[in-house]
Write a protein that binds this ligand. Structure first.
Ligand code: FAD
Length: 479
């Protein structure tokens, strides 16, 4: 509970609560809100996979959500009806996948990595290659059980206590603790055709990505990444069982040449009698990738969704998992994606970049703007926006200790600030060192966010690690 996946901040709490029920959490928060002089803060901790101490509570109390009994109950609807699962907030998505597959069902919207908790990703958004089709995970929730900062236990949904429901989704743990979520399910495919295509030109790459997300009836997943060097060509390929016969010329240090890779996937639904090869062919014929640089594999749905676990195991073996992770994720308006790419490449030396740079399009209309999530303002009629993840690893044993880490963090901050000011990009899973940085992040949405804080967590007990609402003893908040 002292640190997280980022390994950048270490803020020890004074106590850890291992709740056995929502009532335990409610008792704690009711007690704290009854004593208005209490300075104690409380952070829910899911799997602790944050980067910047978001689930930490210096000298406060950490609520370990995985201690809650890991309950998953299913409702399987008949023909034309919906199916869903009621899941404890501390359950990891991998557990839900394993259980739901036994019934031939699965959630529709995922994150790339499944060892994250339901409560943790719903507090952010939860995005992956399915988001263009089904929206983020927060668009696929029917109901929540929440313990508010005041200690009240509330079951909320779009039709009951909708203000709390919307505030908590993407709410960065500021309003309440999610103890249970009702997740929409669909029929699970058995197999997936998983395709990778390479590009040597950014414009062609992004044009093809936008083409792919315009075909939701044909495909089920679209992502992509920048191929900066040999390591980035192979590091993300552990789970992709194809013989990739691509040996690009990466140029020289002074004149580097970089490449791009689109990933897409097509599900095989048992009842639909689809010929996956034909579907892949129909799609790929419309693409403009490098000649003969298209690779296709067939894997089980489970292996496809669990692909990052294979990367994790490989990185663990190399001692490269438990290292610093100065990550920066940003939502970028379509109109600014070329500028963002240039900004990024001005700051990166392809030959020594360790990690992965993800880049893929999302569709705005799949996001519910009533939730707390912050997206770039829709300045034009563009339906498309991008998410870019600069997922660096910085290994102290490989020469990147304190100074080097601070330097990377400074660079990322510069990219984030410049992209925010110039093209209206917004951080995802963001970190802002000052409350004024947060005001700017929320922009016109700040008032609503602050009002919800005053309503659901008036003593500012929850989520201190985010640094959005500094704590004071005076209960007169709201601005
Ligand atoms: P924690 O880090 O424990 O908590 C995150 C925040 O949520 C904290 O503020 C915490 O207080 C709050 N919180 C936790 N549980 C609850 C709860 N039950 N109720 C209320 N608040 C709560 N994200 C994506 O969207 N897509 C990806 O593809 C993706 N891939 C990732 C891959 C890796 C390897 C890693 C490390 C992270 C990835 N993430 C991805 C980011 C991930 O979604 C966030 O870091 C998320 O916060 C992690 O969930 P967690 O359970 O570890 O939450």
């Amino acid at each position: 509970v002292v640190s997280d996946f980022g390994r950048i901040l270490f803020q020890p709490p004074s106590a850890v609560l291992k709740p056995q029920s929502s009532r335990d959490i409610s008792l704690l928060l009711s007690f704290l809100s009854g004593s208005s002089l209490s300075k104690v803060t409380v952070a829910a901790r899911g799997a602790g996979h944050s980067i910047h101490g978001q689930a930490q509570a210096l000298d406060g109390i950490v609520v370990e959500m995985c201690s809650l009994p890991s309950e998953i109950e299913f409702y399987k609807g008949g023909e034309g009806e919906i199916s869903y699962a009621d899941v404890s907030g501390g359950v990891m998505w991998i557990e839900l996948l394993e259980q739901s597959l036994k019934l031939g069902l699965a959630p529709r919207s995922w994150t790339d990595y499944l060892y994250l908790t339901v409560g943790g990703t719903l507090s952010n958004a939860g995005i992956s290659g399915q988001t263009f089709k089904h929206g983020p995970q927060i668009s696929n929730v029917l109901q929540l059980d929440v313990v508010t900062g005041r200690g009240e236990i509330v079951t909320c949904s779009p039709s009951k206590d909708a203000d709390l429901f919307n505030a908590v989704l993407g709410g960065l743990g500021q309003f309440g603790i999610i103890t249970r979520a009702r997740i929409l399910l669909q029929e699970a495919p058995k197999k997936v055709k998983w395709v990778r295509a390479f590009y040597d030109d950014f414009g062609t790459f992004s044009k093809d990505q936008e083409l792919l997300v315009s075909m939701p009836d044909l495909l089920d997943y679209v992502e992509g990444f920048i191929v900066l060097n040999e390591q980035s060509l192979h590091s993300s390929s552990v789970a992709f069982p194809a013989n990739v016969n691509f040996s690009p010329d990466f140029g020289t240090k002074n004149s580097p040449k970089i490449y791009y890779c689109i990933e897409f996937a097509v599900h095989d639904y048992q009842n639909k009698d689809t010929n996956l090869e034909q579907v892949v062919e129909v799609i790929s014929k419309q693409m403009s990738h490098m000649v003969s640089q298209l690779y296709c594999v067939e894997v089980s749905y489970f292996d496809f969704l669990n692909r990052v676990r294979m990367e994790e195991m490989s990185l663990r073996r190399l001692g490269m998992w438990e290292v610093h992770h100065p990550w920066l994720n940003m939502f970028v308006p379509k109109a600014g994606i070329n500028t963002f790419r240039d900004l990024l490449m001005d700051d990166i030396s392809p030959d020594n970049f360790v990690g992965l740079i993800l880049i893929y399009p999302l569709l705005r209309d799949k996001w519910d703007t009533n939730t707390s999530v912050v997206l770039p303002d829709a300045g034009s009629t563009d339906r498309v926006m991008y998410v870019v993840g600069i997922l660096r690893s910085a290994n102290p044993d490989d020469g990147c200790s304190h100074q080097c880490l601070q330097d990377l963090l400074r660079r990322h901050r510069r990219i984030a600030n410049t992209a925010g000011a110039r093209i209206g990009a917004k951080q995802y899973l963001g970190h802002h060192p000052t409350p004024s940085g947060w005001h700017q992040h929320f922009g016109w949405r700040w008032e609503r966010f602050a009002e919800c804080k005053a309503r659901f967590d008036p003593l500012r007990t929850l989520g201190p690690g985010q640094g959005i609402f500094p704590r004071s003893n005076n209960a007169a908040y709201g601005s």
